[in-house]
Design a binder for this molecule. Sequence first.
Ligand code: NAP
Length: 459
Amino acid sequence: MNPTTWFMEATYLVASILFVLALKGMSHPDTARRGMFLAEAGMFAAIVGTLIGTHIVTWTWIIAGLAIGSIIGAWMAIWVPMTAMPQRPALSHAFGALAAALVGIGEFVVRGTQMGGVTRGALGFEIMLGALTTTGSLIAASKLQGIIEGKPIQFRGQNIVNFTIFLAMVACFAAFWIHPSAHIAFYSMLGIAFVFGIMLVIPIGSADMPVVMSLLNSYAGLASAATGFVLGNNVLIIAGTLDGFSGLILSILMCKAMNRSITNVLFGGFGAVIAEASSNAGGVMREISLDDAAMQLAFATRVVFVPGYGLATAQAQHAVRELAELLESRGVSVKYAIHPVAGRMPGHMNVLLAEANVPYSELCEMDQINPEFPTTDVAVVIGANDVVNPDARDNPKSLIAGMPILEVDRAKSVIVLKRGQGRGFSGLENPLFFKPRTTMLYGDAKSSLTHLAQAVQHV
Ligand code: NAP
């Protein structure tokens, strides 16, 4: 092995180790930032190794690409608001997948007929996954940004049409594999894969997009792994496989936390029709005044804040932290209960609360906090609904039966902050709001929390 190849393989090994350590770091909020730095260092090592170890025909395109990519990346990191976070990774997946597809096309043009059967197979996967992920991710980003309608777009016989498109794509792949000189088969496979990506994502509602995006992330990773096989590049194989399977595991975990199957998310059109499922809700909701709520909080020993999607829409993360600090200064013990699918994307609540500098040590996962609710004086639900719906635990006929919940109804007192009688993502009524120990504080979450803090100061 010559020294440059040796250097390249050594940097690839270092990069791969850094990627594994990065994933481990990102599995906990305390170490997530370190995980990101390790991933960046790994990516830097892989780029340096590739630039030094491979034969570069001309540096012009490489430097131009580096400059343009760095400017766009920095612009996105600095200017994209936190509320647009769900759609930003969708764009990254689209670009990553397009890059994989373009490399695949380049390889086909340069050495299509000289490839062996295995490499040709990998090239086919790279093209199919790369192309369908590109258009699928662009549709996902457009839905989340509101550029196209977020509702599921469905028509009669949609699944049959999609299956037919899928079969056509696979048939073109088989034809290309058998006859590598058949340009028509290769480019038809590419074109159909672009169309398939669109068809796959339009029937899915924007609320289900986070699951779809982590699946698309997985496809983009697998497309990169296939690129690695085509180019004989080890770091692409390792990084693509890590990316592919972590995306898949995340999709499965999110579906579990929502008690839905992946097939239901992909083909169910959730959100198209709100099912009139049975609910244990009934009675009247009792309203609480700001002063009474402030009194309860000020004289409590233990308070747990339970943030949900409403915290994100109200951008109330700073207001909740300020109220929490005020309570802590009075000797109240404060914790935050985090449900894995609260909000609309994985880690949504963690990201918002981290932005407001809430200490990680106060964030508690569901299994950790649920046993503590019976000894909690006040549970403050901030714009959360489905993730605290006791029907999921108590009513086997509920649409969300079996979904694990934060058991706030077991707290001594529950104060719910929401604007009105609006339902959550599932569209179901929530019996928690009618329970004798629950009271409602109506209004936008940010303004309610700010006013609560002012009222607590006067207690
Ligand atoms: P949710 O069930 O969607 O409920 C949000 C509640 O917030 C609504 O009832 C709404 O009531 C209230 N709200 C909205 N804006 C508000 C504001 N400005 N101020 C105060 N309240 C406001 O939210 P969740 O409990 O967080 O549950 C998340 C749901 O999304 C789950 O069903 C989950 O399965 C689903 N989901 C999550 C993910 C993920 O990755 N996190 C992905 C896909 C789906 P009002 O209108 O009355 O104010």
